[in-house]
Write a protein that binds this ligand. Structure first.
Ligand SMILES: [Zn+2]
Length: 99
């Protein structure tokens, strides 16, 4: 039998378990953006990128790639996660405490 633990608090999950799936993907057309980027100011940068691609053989646009995440949560952490999925409250609290 598979054993799951909560990815937020580490608690063992027996029975009630929630799954979070997050996909971060481009909502624009990367090809279209490349044409806009073909500006004279960027030629050196583009040449460097092409050199790098040729040397590594990596033609993937890593910055535009789909990033997928999967987490298991206990009921308590599910509640916390759904109230603030992007951690915005946490970030605000951190910046306030610095003043
Ligand atoms: Zn938890």
């Amino acid at each position: 039998m598979l054993h799951f633990t909560c990815d937020m608090c580490g608690q063992s999950l027996n029975g009630e378990r929630y799954e979070v799936r997050v996909d971060v993907r481009p909502a624009f057309d990367p090809d279209e953006l490349d044409e806009i980027d073909l500006d004279l100011d960027h030629l050196d940068e583009i040449a460097a990128t092409i050199d790098q691609m040729e040397s590594t053989g990596d033609f993937e646009l890593t910055d535009c790639g789909v990033k997928s995440f999967r987490y298991d949560l206990c009921p308590h952490c599910r509640e916390r996660y759904t109230q603030d999925p992007l951690g915005q409250d946490t970030l605000k609290r951190v910046s306030f405490s610095q003043n």
